[in-house]
Every structure is written in structure tokens, then in C-alpha cells.
Design a protein around this ligand. Structure first.
Ligand code: IPE
Ligand code: IPE
Ligand code: MG
Length: 260
């Protein structure tokens, strides 16, 4: 069953619109600093970009969006920024959840939420539960998420579930059901705003064959046309998954000829 979700176990079908877009929303602090504003103002404006992204992505027919909201390393920031980010997360979730639900959006949260305060944990739980059967878009928020944490928690959960497998080698199929993204496809397109070219411990496992797109645009300035630009760039890529270009062209040939 998990084979469908792995680009290394099976070659995925690809369309011209990415099915799943994963985003590192970076550059809020610099956006604020450029305007001589406190960093939190950048985070607040970032929420507006987030709303625009969700709307534009739905209009384009994208089915999954995964957003890096708070990394497992972001606790290293000054404590007042951390608490303001937590407060913002809580406020936005409470304010937006009915709208998300009305638009048939399923909310998913990945990461170690047990480190959040009880109120936030409860709002997350209720929001996820409210929207669990929605089908238009799956919006995944990575909160206190780390790619290494994800792989480790999956290994540990697998070992817990099979106490007798000590001497067997773990396969990819064994592990997949335990990753926090087990019920969603791997990202087709990864976008990082803010100019940095690194993964910062985001979806390390899941991005194995994802097309990477980096832009200098700071997250609060990211809008619908920025998303279109990223998708246009994606459409120019040839996703080979290890094969030769000739093989790719051949495998696409019937659908290309119908399109013409
Ligand atoms: C990304 O913006 C948002 C979070 C990490 C929560 P930053 O706050 O990292 O902005 P810069 O990188 O300092 O500009
Ligand atoms: C990555 O951005 C995390 C989020 C966007 C939530 P950071 O700003 O924390 O990444 P680094 O520290 O520059 O690598
Ligand atoms: Mg940053």
C-alpha cells in the first residue's frame, strides 16, 4: 500500500501541475528589518502570504501543500520571538479554521507537538479533527518539525510495533507507514523563499526526488505570481527518477501525442 507513496519504490506519475508543493517560508525577519519594523511584523505579514498561497494553489489545482512553520531548531531563537510565534500560531489557527473547513481543506500537523503548551495542543487537535474528512486540499503545517526527528520517530515506532524484528533488516516499505507523511504523496515541488539555499532539516526523506526551487523573494512579498513563476519553472524540468531522457520521452509519448 505504501508503494504509491515512494519515488524510489515505484516511478510516480507526474502531471504539469505539481500535486504536492512543500514550502520553506523564509525571510520574514529580513522583510521586517528592511522596513525598520520588529521581526514579529514580518511574521504577521507572512500569514497574509500564506492565505494567498493556499487560495492560489487551490485555483491552480494543487492538492497538497506542506508549510514549514517552526523547525525543531527554531527554539534556539530569543524566547520572546518564540513565544510570539506560538501566540501567532494559536491566533491564526483559531481565526482561520472555520474558513479552512468551509473551503473543504483538511488540516494536518506534523512535528513533535507535545512540546507546545496545552492550549495550542488542544486547538491543533480540534482543528485537525474538524477537517479530517475534507477533500479539496490537504494543508500540512510542519510545527516543531525536523526531518531527522521524523525518520527517527518512524524507526522507533516501527521497532515498537514489531518487538520481534530485532534481527531483521528494515526495508523502505516497513518504514513508510510510520513517517509523519505516510498518507500524503511525496512533494513534487519544493519552494524556499528568502534566498538561502539549504533544507534546514525540513522533509529530508520525502524530498528525495522533489524538484527544488529557490527564490530571493522574502516570504511576506510572495504572492500569486510568485507561485506561478515557481510552477512555470517546475514545468520546464524533466523528472527522470534515475532513467535516461530517452526513456522519459518514450514513457510520456502516448499522452503527449493525445495532447497535440
Ligand atoms: C521564517 O522567517 C519564519 C520562521 C522561521 C518562523 P525568518 O524569521 O527565519 O526570517 P529571516 O530568515 O530572519 O529573514
Ligand atoms: C527554516 O527557516 C524554518 C522555517 C521557515 C520555519 P530558518 O530561518 O529557521 O532556517 P535557517 O536557520 O536560516 O537555516
Ligand atoms: Mg530565516
Amino acid at each position: 500500500m505504501s508503494h504509491i507513496n515512494s519515488s524510489t519504490l515505484a516511478i510516480p506519475e507526474v502531471g504539469s501541475i505539481p500535486r504536492h508543493v512543500a514550502v520553506i517560508m523564509d525571510g520574514n525577519g529580513r522583510w521586517a528589518r528592511n522596513k525598520l519594523l520588529p521581526r514579529i511584523m514580518g511574521h504577521r505579514r507572512g500569514v497574509d502570504s500564506l492565505r494567498t498561497l493556499v487560495k492560489s494553489a487551490m485555483d491552480m489545482g494543487i492538492s497538497y501543500i506542506t508549510l514549514f512553520a517552526f523547525s525543531s531548531e527554531n527554539w534556539r531563537r530569543p524566547s520572546d520571538e518564540v513565544s510570539m510565534l506560538m501566540q501567532l500560531f494559536l491566533t491564526v489557527l483559531k481565526k482561520e479554521i472555520t474558513r479552512l473547513h468551509r473551503h473543504n481543506i483538511r488540516l494536518k500537523v506534523i512535528g513533535d507537538v507535545s512540546q507546545f503548551d496545552a492550549t495550542l495542543q488542544e486547538v491543533i487537535r480540534a482543528s485537525v479533527q474538524l477537517t479530517q474528512h475534507n477533500t479539496q486540499l490537504t494543508l500540512t503545517i510542519a510545527a516543531n518539525y525536523g526531518g531527522r526527528w521524523d525518520v527517527l520517530q518512524a524507526v522507533n515506532a516501527l521497532l515498537q510495533s514489531k518487538p520481534h524484528m530485532k534481527n531483521e533488516a528494515i526495508t523502505e516499505s516497513d518504514l513508510l507507514p510510520f513517517l509523519s507523511t505516510s498518507d500524503i504523496p511525496e512533494p513534487d515541488l519544493f519552494i524556499r523563499t528568502g534566498g538561502e539555499k539549504r533544507m534546514s532539516n525540513f522533509l529530508l526523506w520525502q524530498l528525495a526526488y522533489t524538484e527544488l526551487y529557490f527564490t530571493d523573494t522574502l516570504w511576506p512579498d510572495f504572492n500569486e505570481s510568485s507561485l506561478r513563476e515557481a510552477v512555470l519553472s517546475y514545468q520546464l524540468r524533466e523528472r527522470r527518477f534515475g532513467r535516461t531522457s530517452e526513456q522519459v520521452i518514450h514513457s510520456n509519448w502516448p499522452s503527449v501525442s493525445t495532447a497535440l
